[in-house]
Design a protein around this ligand. Structure first.
Ligand code: SF4
Ligand code: FE
Length: 492
């Protein structure tokens, strides 16, 4: 099948019977729900850009399994060139949406599961790799979105999965049948889960023998029986429901999405099971998925950063201060920080290497350094953007007030007239354009999109400490001590 268009993707979602709950109710038509639709539009961009000849090299690839042209989001990286193109594609999508476009979690899961199942089979003589390849060919041929689901609720963080009071706090195999397994548990803050045709579920931490039932990886359709999702709230999300809200939404078209995904005894046929009890490979799968997703942030957050910098520069222009040297310097600093993040994304890709399966993986140390910087720099970029924009981005009246014809002035002026009069900027720009830029910045700095640009920069793909552990492990301090010994002549 040919690659889907954005419109075909949206139509394909209507055919699913995905169970979605929000505000205590089942949402029947979630595809057109005003709070959900912007996140669907975002994923649709991954299809639309793949149809555009100018982005073909970045957005598509040739399947190493079928030789067919596929969307890069379902590609298994075959070279460092592929790894770099992945990051560039993500930057492009961040620039076009100013949001999290969600499809990367599946791509990162494919690459982690592909290389890990190969090595499980090598040790245990299982046939997970062949099963997974079959599944992936279907995904590639049908151009599907797959959610990569890793994070369990985790309960008491000091205890292992099997040692929790409630055994369901980590997703587990509840029952083994001849033809498959029954799984129970949940995955938290799942990016794009509702907008995905399928899910790939992976363990969330390295595990020991006692956690065998929790060492499970599988794929299942998003509308499988027993599976449902509870939509996650975002700051200012109900602005999308307001009548006449208009620019108050900030980003009129796009947004991200997270949900709680519950597996309330879901049957998984054997053909979709890619790990079942091989607990000694849980750590490898987690490390690889996390590594790929930490690389991803060196693309997507940089693309959004480009838009933040653009919005700050526009705000400065509309405020009439774009020539001030302090403003120019802040924009330089923002650019410096943003390009440093991009350098990390490209560097961990350029230093990638083949896995035993033949697919390419990033340099794990550099990918973790990339993500560690992501936990900091977007916060500074946002601080500078707020600094340049000024306080109006959080104190200005609503869109309704700007459009209000309620007469309140002595000479018959309306509320709208006063808003326009007092919020004029450099005299050259349209006052409403100025306000739109402020609302857009508000959305990214502390509104709904701050989920993707701020908190997700901190906790997505693993919280800062997770990267520090990896940096410690990969940092080769012993080797560095030896360098000194060699130079100054210490022999032990
Ligand atoms: Fe993709 Fe970035 Fe969203 Fe992760 S946070 S799914 S890498 S856009
Ligand atoms: Fe993420």
């Amino acid at each position: 099948m040919a690659l889907m268009t954005g419109a075909q993707y949206i139509e394909s979602l209507r055919k699913l019977n995905t169970r979605v709950y929000m505000f205590g109710e089942k949402i029947e038509n979630w595809v057109d729900h005003p709070m959900i639709r912007p996140s669907i539009n975002c994923v649709a961009m991954t299809y639309e850009l793949a149809q555009d000849p100018q982005y073909e090299d970045l957005m598509t690839a040739k399947s190493h399994l079928t030789g067919e042209k596929i969307n890069r989001f379902s590609n298994i990286h075959q070279s460092t060139e592929d790894l770099k193109n992945k990051v560039k594609m993500q930057r492009l999508l961040g620039q076009k949406t100013a949001s999290c476009f969600q499809r990367c979690v599946g791509m990162d899961a494919f690459n982690a599961v592909y290389s890990t199942t190969f090595e499980i089979d090598e040790k245990y003589g299982t046939d997970y790799f062949e099963r997974f390849k079959k599944f992936l060919i279907m995904v590639q041929n049908e151009d599907l979105v797959v959610d990569g689901a890793m994070t369990d609720p985790k309960g008491d963080r000091s205890r292992a999965p099997h040692a929790q009071d409630d055994p369901d706090l980590f997703l587990r195999v509840k029952e083994v049948r001849e033809d498959g397994i029954v799984v129970r548990g949940a995955k938290c803050h799942q990016t794009g889960s509702i907008n995905s045709h399928w899910h790939i579920v992976m363990p969330t931490i390295a595990m020991g023998e006692d956690d065998k039932d929790y060492a499970v990886c599988f794929a299942c359709p998003s509308d499988a029986e027993g599976l449902f999702m509870v939509y996650g709230r975002q700051s200012c999300d109900t602005r999308k429901l307001e009548e006449g809200g208009g620019m108050d939404v900030g980003n009129p078209k796009f947004g991200g999405q997270e949900a709680l995904v519950v597996f309330d005894d879901v049957f998984i046929p054997n053909e979709y099971v890619f790990m079942n009890g091989e607990y000694d490979f849980a750590g490898m799968l987690v490390e690889r998925f996390a590594g790929f997703h930490r690389q991803s942030y060196g693309g997507c957050k940089v693309g959004v950063g480009d838009v933040v910098i653009g919005a700050a520069a526009l705000a400065a222009e509309y405020n009439g201060v774009e020539k001030a040297s302090a403003v120019k310097d802040k924009l330089i600093e923002m650019t410096h920080l943003n390009e440093t993040l991009y350098s990390c994304g490209i560097a961990c890709s350029a230093e990638g290497h083949p896995t035993k399966s033949g697919s390419y993986i990033i340099d794990l140390l550099l990918a973790n350094v990339c993500k560690q910087n992501i936990t900091r720099f977007p916060y500074e970029i946002v601080r500078l953007a707020e600094d340049i924009a000024g306080g109006l981005m959080v104190t200005m009246p609503s869109n309704v007030d700007f459009n209000s014809d309620l007469v309140v002035g002595r000479e018959g002026e309306t509320i709208g007239d006063f808003c326009h009069k007092f919020f004029v900027g450099n005299g050259k720009c349209d006052t409403m354009d100025r306000m739109k830029v402020f609302r857009f910045l508000e959305n990214i700095c502390l509104g709904a999109a701050a989920v993707g640009y701020r908190t997700e920069s901190l906790h997505g793909a693993g919280s800062p400490q997770a990267q520090r552990i990896m940096i410690q492990r990969q940092g080769n301090i012993q080797g560095k001590k030896q360098l000194v010994k060699d130079i100054v002549g210490i022999e032990e």
